[in-house]
Design a protein around this ligand. Structure first.
Ligand SMILES: Cc1cc2nc3c(=O)[nH]c(=O)nc-3n(C[C@H](O)[C@H](O)[C@H](O)COP(=O)(O)O)c2cc1C
Length: 362
């Protein structure tokens, strides 16, 4: 154990609650990054591996959880998207389809009309988490319905919810959630905002953690732009109990992202990310590319999440097959230029060693 002023590494309050060794959480990343191999490698190395299961059907989640369990006997978390209201008329969908079509003409691909369902069944997804006795359930875009919170509590499943503002954090705490992930504006991927406009909840991770610590009693985990030991220590000093790192794991050997997405991340020398709704209808941070730029003139016609997400899915898959990164969604945080390629266990080990070394310095 290393101690420097008030900072104790590792923070036992959170490691004992989550039954892990190090307060480092590999962020859930829906869309393919968080393979069972990545999740298990992180958990085996003493951190908390997390499966981003938001886009998966119940059957896919079940199979993936079984695979994770075959690779580790350590705790891991599964993450889902809390469904929100959405609406679009047929005319709006057709207009949005035409806009996507004109914005991806280079792909020589026909953007098809779409039909519901636009997302997998949430109830079925939730059932699998309970059936498989997943120890930690993490979520974003809202708060699970009360009946589910009760079921999870009865099954001793720890609940970890995302907040991008103090109001959201308070609501999570009032609803009996165990841990809050404070998602700063630097964070890669979708904004977890569920109260008000996402554009009005773009507080930096350090400011957000500092604010939440003053008002929230349950543990706060910092997320957004954390890539190395210095970043970890900064957030722990501000009062975070642990860190959740997403982008830092994208280039790990076990990550499932497209090879060209990895290559692009590794080639960055500055922040090349932007916030966009173009791919999914929900504000998200990713590497800037042609599709995002072209869709700027059609911003008014972008559909609600998850309709826009369904509309652009086949285009994204085609772009990936054609190795064309200009039309792929490549979510990443603002410090993506610090990405390194290495096995996840080695990343965890290096972070732990560097934190210990830095804390011992006078
Ligand atoms: C590729 C990618 C996918 C993500 N998908 C999810 C997700 O499915 N669920 C979730 O709660 N957060 C998701 N996030 C956000 C992370 O939980 C976390 O807030 C973010 O990674 C922290 O910022 P960083 O990427 O700079 O470390 C995603 C982030 C990335 C980069």
């Amino acid at each position: 154990m290393t101690q420097n002023s008030n900072l104790i590494w590792p923070n036992k309050k959170i490691t004992e609650l989550l039954k892990i060794t190090l307060p480092i959480i590999q962020a859930p990343m829906a869309g393919g990054a968080t393979t069972p191999e990545l999740v298990a490698a992180v958990s085996n190395a003493g951190g908390l591996g997390s499966l981003g299961a938001g886009y998966m059907t119940a059957d896919e989640i079940k199979t993936t959880i079984k695979k994770i369990k075959s690779l580790t006997n350590k705790p891991f978390s599964v993450n889902l998207f809390i469904p929100e209201k959405y609406h679009a008329t047929d005319e709006q969908i057709e207009q949005a389809r035409k806009n996507v079509q004109t914005s991806c003409s280079e792909l020589n691909f026909h953007v098809e009309c779409i039909k519901p369902p636009y997302a997998p069944s949430f109830e079925e997804q939730m059932n699998v988490i309970v059936e498989e006795e997943v120890p930690i359930f993490s979520f974003t875009f809202g708060i699970p319905p009360n009946n589910w919170i009760e079921i999870f509590k009865k099954n001793a499943i720890i609940l970890m919810g995302t907040a991008t503002s103090l109001a959201e954090a308070k609501l999570l705490e009032e609803n009996n959630i165990d841990i809050i992930v404070a998602q700063g504006s630097e964070a890669g991927g979708h904004r977890g905002t569920f109260l008000g406009k996402a554009e009005n909840a773009l507080t930096s991770v350090s400011s957000l953690v500092s604010l939440l610590i003053e008002h929230i009693k349950i543990p706060v985990i910092a997320a957004g732009g954390i890539m190395n030991a210095k970043g970890i220590i900064e957030l722990l000093i501000l009062g975070a109990s642990a860190v959740q790192m997403g982008t830092a794991f994208l280039c790990c050997t076990e990550s499932g992202i497209h090879p060209l997405y990895k290559k692009l991340l590794l080639s960055l020398s500055k922040d090349n990310t932007t916030l966009t709704r173009a791919f999914s209808g929900k504000l998200a941070r990713g590497i800037a590319n042609e599709f995002i730029t072209k869709m700027q003139s059609h911003e008014k016609y972008i559909l609600d999440y998850p309709i826009q997400n369904t509309l652009t899915r086949a285009m994204r898959q085609t772009a990936a097959k054609q190795n064309n990164t200009e039309f792929m969604s490549m979510w990443a945080g603002q410090a993506a230029y610090l990405c390194k390629t290495l096995p996840a266990a080695q990343l965890i080990e290096e972070l732990n060693r560097e934190v210990i070394t830095l804390l011992k310095q006078p």
